[in-house]
Design a binder for this molecule. Structure first.
Ligand SMILES: NC(=O)c1ccc[n+]([C@@H]2O[C@H](COP(=O)([O-])OP(=O)(O)OC[C@H]3O[C@@H](n4cnc5c(N)ncnc54)[C@H](O)[C@@H]3O)[C@@H](O)[C@H]2O)c1
Ligand SMILES: [Zn+2]
Length: 377
């Protein structure tokens, strides 16, 4: 029960495998992408919260294969934004030096977007780059963070603030293995947060994703074959949208910016309500805001925007800010968005026919319309 796709990043091709129970065969799959050879050494970098569950499954899969003497090492990381840091990156580099990893060794990142971002960046920088495998274990990781080749860490910007992803590299993994069974241990709120990125991908071009979302919510914690198949189908379709865009524009010269749909709004919401909303919850609000900005600019109808809002509500997301935040605070927060160029603001606005447009210009009024639609004033 697997779906296999290919991530194309410039000249590089990497398999993206989505299936139920695929982690048990990770060693075999690594050999396949490695021309039939085992790596010299393997360093598993695992989110500490799942070290004893999914980290163990990955380590055991290699133990079974260890007869020809490959050495498998493990370290655990803390998966918080404040620990997505130089210190965690260094922890991996230290382990790589201690373990004597060489250019034919492999880093395997097991966890959500925080873990794959840090471990991928360590792989990019150790010995000027060694191969790595992404094993995303959150829905957001499977359909977004582990795809597209971006890796990185946060840097402090003073006064306790975190500059998100300020250090990083484009360094795509040699393979992405999405085991939908790993989703079964996610808290429902974290799982739902990933659905917001799936809604975004539906809006960017694959409307067949929409009817799968509520089913996925009902079946995420089940290991029944039928339910697993639903999850595999959702992950594969949502991942395919990002893979297609990245293949056409790997380094975000233009089209890849579409993946920021809803995110200018979301980042502003997160910067004001960071302890109250998850990224995906902010994205859900951001998508509603973006669709209302689209209505205000004549790109969508009221009825279409209302349909989107109802779909998002049906998934259990809040459709207004959890508490009042002033419009000006949010606009200022959006003004510090790194996509700002001079006085103009780049907004990604959804279009009626299931795609989106990158709109550059003095879009501050549209931004306000968007924030008003989710309860700011
Ligand atoms: N590189 C990219 O292109 C890209 C794109 C989008 C997001 N990101 C990054 O991804 C990060 C967010 O990723 P995320 O939402 O996956 O967050 P995350 O890695 O923090 O995981 C969310 C939570 O789920 C826990 N967890 C992970 N897998 C689990 C499992 N199977 N069972 C139980 N608990 C589990 C983690 O410990 C954590 O508490 C952000 O840092 C963001 O910047 C990167
Ligand atoms: Zn996002």
């Amino acid at each position: 029960m697997t779906r296999e796709m290919v991530q194309t990043f410039g000249e590089q091709r990497a398999p993206v495998i989505v299936g139920s129970g695929v982690l048990a065969s990770i060693a075999k799959r690594v050999r396949e992408v490695n021309g039939g050879r085992n790596p010299t050494k393997v360093l598993i970098v695992c989110d500490g919260a799942i070290e004893l569950t999914w980290g163990e499954v990955v380590a055991t899969a290699w133990k079974d294969e260890a007869s020809d003497g490959i050495e498998v090492m493990r370290i655990a990381l803390c998966a918080t934004e404040s620990a997505k840091s130089v210190a965690s990156w260094q922890l991996i580099l230290d382990a790589a030096v201690r373990g004597g990893l060489d250019r034919k060794s492999l880093i395997v990142a097991v966890g959500g977007g925080i873990t794959t971002d840090i471990a991928g960046f360590a792989a990019a920088s150790y010995l000027r780059g060694i191969p790595w495998i992404a094993v995303p274990t959150t829905l957001l990781g499977m359909v977004d963070a582990a795809l597209g080749g971006k890796t990185g860490i946060n840097l402090p910007t003073g006064g306790g603030a975190l500059g998100k992803n300020l250090a990083g590299a484009f360094w795509p993994p040699a393979a992405v293995l999405c085991d939908t069974l790993t989703l079964s241990t996610l808290p429902i709120r974290t799982f739902r947060a990933g659905l917001a990125e799936c809604v975004k991908h539906a809006m960017l071009g694959d409307t067949t994703i929409d009817p799968l979302l509520e089913d996925a919510l009902r079946s995420y914690s089940s290991s029944q074959a039928g339910d697993q198949w639903r999850l595999i189908d959702l992950v594969a379709r949502a991942a395919a949208v990002k893979l297609a865009i990245v293949a056409r524009d790997p380094k975000e010269a233009n089209e890849r910016m579409l993946l920021n749909l809803g995110h200018t709004f979301a980042h502003a919401i997160e910067s004001e309500l960071s302890s109250e909303v998850l990224h995906g919850e902010a994205v859900a609000l951001g998508l509603i805001a973006a669709s209302n900005a689209s209505v205000a600019s004549g790109r969508m109808t009221q009825a279409q925007s209302r349909m989107l809002r109802d779909r998002i509500a049906a998934l259990g997301f809040g459709i207004t800010l959890p508490r009042h935040v002033s419009l000006e605070k949010l606009v200022i927060a959006a003004g510090f968005d790194k996509k700002r160029e001079g006085a103009s603001l780049t907004l990604v606005l959804p279009l009626a026919q299931g795609s989106a447009e990158i709109v550059r210009g003095e879009n501050w009024e549209l931004l306000r319309d968007g924030f008003r639609s989710i309860g700011s004033s």
